[in-house]
Design a protein around this ligand. Structure first.
Ligand code: ARG
Ligand code: MN
Ligand code: MN
Length: 334
């Protein structure tokens, strides 16, 4: 058992009271899961077009086969239907296409609930990051019915905590975290008729490096304190950051949803994203984060967003997405 795993397993045993628990067993891979892939080809939340082809690019990169090679049983649930920008009007300029985005997120949320009810782990393929307002709502709704809370690990260059009033762009993909924490947009915050979907103390931001001034206010207003910037990763290392992150998200919850925006990774390795920002996680840092998540064994659901094949180089960002999902689902080097 590696040092990191040992620590996390001990921590888990402490919080659940079970010795090591059924989730983690040394270097052996995790117990197989039944996984349903859910594509959400949404690009209405971003100003750059092309992330609607993300689900297809990730499928072409071989996601299903890679997860099955790890022993999981995978079903592809196809795509959630999404309006086409060309056939719709933008609506309010401060939250463009909010009506259509809410409709799609609601459908995605319902599919996530159904997937969990059937005992499967949802893996959501975006789509721009506004899909998270749907996927996280679905996971939160399912566990709420069992009187449990969920945590949220938000791995991203951005904090996506703008509201229509604070957004510099009017792009809804910069707002899902604000909605999930019970701020705005109201239509996204109130999917299933209740809000907030996650408590601030169980919400963790990892890898941020591009936060709008208005977003800093919103982070405070929402009460989120678990924010790990790229500087924290540089100075303290990925392992320490992930341990603290998983501990916070897991405290008093059924487990956590992992929302991975591919623009977290440095554009050198992930050029195919809508809003690239220099100074991102390296290839190995990204894998290590996923490997630690797998070892911890408390991930309830996973999503990958913002893969944009239109500006990618030979699908390498989608290839990396598939690799990272494999690591999060238990792929070991040895
Ligand atoms: N999911 C993303 N890539 N979000 C980028 C958001 C950029 C900027 N903060 C905005 O609100 O427009
Ligand atoms: Mn994002
Ligand atoms: Mn981002």
């Amino acid at each position: 058992m590696s040092k990191a795993s040992e620590l996390l397993a001990t921590e888990k045993a402490m919080t659940t009271g079970s010795a090591m628990g059924p989730f983690y067993s040394g270097v052996q891979s995790l117990p197989p899961r039944r996984i349903r892939l859910i594509g959400v080809p949404l690009d209405l939340g971003a100003s750059r077009r092309g992330v609607d082809m993300g689900p297809s690019a990730v499928r072409v990169a071989g996601l299903e086969a890679r997860l099955e090679a790890l022993g999981h049983v995978v079903t592809d649930g196809g795509n959630i239907s999404v309006a086409i920008a060309e056939t719709k009007t933008v609506g309010e300029q401060n939250a463009r296409y909010l009506k259509e985005i809410t409709e799609t997120c609601t459908k995605a949320a319902e599919m996530v609930v159904k997937t969990l009810e059937e005992g499967m782990t949802p893996v959501i393929l975006g789509g721009d990051h506004s899909v998270a307002a749907g996927s996280v709502s679905g996971v939160a709704e399912f566990y709420r019915r069992q009187h449990q809370k969920i945590g949220l690990i938000w791995i991203d260059a951005h904090s996506d905590i703008n509201t229509p009033a604070s957004s510099p762009s009017g792009n809804v993909h910069g707002m899902p975290l604000a909605a999930l924490l019970g701020l705005e947009p109201a239509s996204l915050a109130n999917i299933f008729g209740w809000s907030p979907k996650v408590a601030p103390e169980n919400t963790v931001l990892v890898g941020v490096r591009d936060i709008d001034a208005t977003e800093k206010e919103n982070i405070k207003r929402a009460g989120v304190t678990e924010v790990y910037t790229m500087r924290d990763i540089d100075e303290r290392g990925m392992r320490t950051v992930m341990e603290e992150a998983l501990r916070a998200a897991g405290r008093g919850t059924a487990g956590y949803h992992v929302s991975l925006d591919m623009d977290w990774i440095d554009p050198e390795d992930a050029p195919g994203v809508g809003t690239p920002v220099r100074g991102g996680a390296t290839y190995r840092e990204a894998h290590l984060a996923m490997e630690i998540i797998a070892d911890h064994g408390r991930m309830l659901s996973f999503e990958i967003v913002e893969v944009n094949p239109v500006i990618d180089e030979h699908n390498r960002t989608a290839d990396l997405a598939v690799e990272l999902i494999s690591s999060a689902f238990g792929k070991k080097i040895l």
